[in-house]
Design a protein around this ligand. Structure first.
Ligand code: GLU
Length: 482
């Protein structure tokens, strides 16, 4: 089946990664079938609309490369459709005008000790178009200030099917006659959502688990209209990394990691924290979905091919920033050096001062395996452009000063070998065995001298790239320091 899936955020705030995951799963379900990914902005609640939120949603999708085929379609521009649709239900007697004032509703609530539900049991005691005359309805409607509610039938089992959770039954008596049109003439979320999904010929509704409880009302609306409902997928929650509950902005801040894909106000996104769209999409796909075997790395195209909605989990998925970083690493290490340089402006500037493009790319090849995020590029190229600023003191202490001195002095005397790193290596090996210095200590010494610490890319390749003069300078620097 060629799917039409929509991502339907409300612009009531920035788009956090939970929403991004919803967008991604919509995208994958649509694209796997060769179908369309549609963006709908659910902005019928103007009081809750936040300036800039819609752009944040669009910027996020753009950065991630989740290209939309249709939209954005804005609900605030489709009032006519909702009006026409609600009239249809009013005519069928499946919706009604409700004129109750807030004071009347309040007192009904009080009387029932907070148990009040506007439903089959109570609706005939309230002020609405079922209980007042046609005449009065007309004049009250003219005066305005009413809402329209949908009828939820009495004593029915509402059967809903969710592709992830299977079929579920709801008792209609537990459900309220939801307001579907507000007094400002705007539809509520529930109504606009169903009317639009039908009008836009949506085949799969993919959204967060928090909407599962609204599903019986939505399904009732489909029944009222005589429409057949789409397939529903209610995605598992994204849980905070430790403890109970849903991941929130606060939890993310406490754990020191982003919660938005792209920056929102003061809050840096994954983009600004050195993550790649490839890494983030891949990580989010694994939050609630698992492919075959132990495979972890997927490009977006591979996800489109491999994603099977049958493998979406029911239970919540725990957010794990270390895993996100690991997945980001898997992508970075496979990027071409050219691409990495184009993504790290700072590293590019540093390298350009000393090296040709070709050598710069060779350098990136040497450090790729060591990158977890894009800021690491700058850190890792540092060794190629400047002397160590300081030395790992603990490591220095472990080798005797005398040994360090002897090794460095040997290198200095063999200056001609500094331009032949492989010969240098061989001659250091024989120097070691003649003088009973372990090759381990020789390597550590040289690494401390060139890099300043014991980690880093292949030492003799660094020497080859920085060249004999620079190597000699670094040797002298450390000799002077000890
Ligand atoms: N506007 C809803 C939200 O922001 C959409 C839910 C749905 O996809 O039906 O979560």
């Amino acid at each position: 089946m060629v799917e039409r899936a929509r991502f339907a955020p409300s612009p009531t705030g920035p788009l956090h990664i939970g929403g991004v995951r919803t967008a991604l799963f919509n995208y994958l379900i649509a694209k796997r079938s060769g179908g369309s990914f549609i963006l709908r902005i659910e902005d019928t609640d103007s009081k809750r609309t936040v300036a800039g939120a819609e752009n944040h949603i669009k910027d996020t999708l753009k950065w991630l490369g989740l290209n939309i085929d249709e939209g954005p379609i804005k609900q605030s521009e489709r009032k006519g459709l909702y009006k026409k649709s609600v009239e249809e239900l009013l005519k069928k007697g499946l919706a009604y005008y409700a004129f109750d004032s807030s004071a009347e509703l309040e007192s009904a609530r009080k009387e029932s000790k907070g148990e009040f539900k506007y439903n089959y049991e109570t609706r005939m005691n309230m002020v609405n178009s079922f209980t007042v005359s046609e005449e009065e309805t007309k004049s009250r409607v003219e005066r305005g200030g009413y809402v329209i509610r949908m009828v939820i039938p009495e004593k029915e089992t509402i059967r809903v099917a969710d592709e992830i959770r299977g079929s579920l039954n709801f008792n209609s008596n537990e459900i309220e006659d939801k307001v579907i049109m507000k007094s400002d003439g705007m539809p509520t979320y529930h109504f606009a959502n169903v009317v639009d999904d039908h009008d836009m010929r949506i085949t799969s509704v993919v959204r967060g688990e928090e909407w599962l409880s609204s599903l019986p009302s939505h399904v009732t609306l489909y029944n009222h209209f005589g429409w057949s409902p789409p397939k529903f997928y209610h995605l598992p929650l994204i849980l905070k990394s430790t403890g109970q509950g849903k991941l929130s902005k606060r939890d993310a801040e406490e754990q020191g990691h982003p919660v938005f894909a792209v920056q929102w106000e003061e809050s840096k996104g994954f983009k600004e924290s050195g993550y790649t769209p490839e890494g983030i999409l891949n990580y989010l796909a694994l939050l609630g979905w698992k492919g075959k075997g132990d495979r972890e790395k997927y490009s977006l195209d591979e996800l489109v091919k491999e994603f099977d909605s049958k493998d979406i989990n029911k239970s919540g998925a725990r957010f794990d920033i270390r895993k996100a970083e690991w997945i980001n690493h898997l992508h970075l290490k496979d990027f071409s050096s050219k691409k990495i340089l184009s993504l790290s402006e700072q590293a590019k500037i540093l390298l350009e001062k000393k090296y040709s493009n070709e050598v710069s790319e060779q350098i990136i090849d040497l450090i790729k395996e060591r990158l977890n995020n894009l800021f690491d590029v700058e850190k890792e190229v540092f060794v190629f452009v400047s002397q160590p600023k300081n030395y790992d003191q603990e490591a220095v202490e472990k080798i005797t000063r005398n040994t360090i001195y002897n090794i460095l002095n040997f290198c200095k005397l063999k200056e001609e070998l500094l331009s032949e790193p492989l010969l240098l290596k061989e001659s250091l090996m024989s120097f070691g065995s003649e003088n009973k210095i372990s090759f381990g200590n020789i390597m550590k010494t040289l690494r401390l001298c060139i890099v300043g610490r014991l980690s880093g890319p292949d030492l003799f390749k660094i020497i080859d790239i920085i060249g004999p003069e620079e190597t000699l300078q670094r040797i002298e620097s450390l000799i002077n320091k000890i």
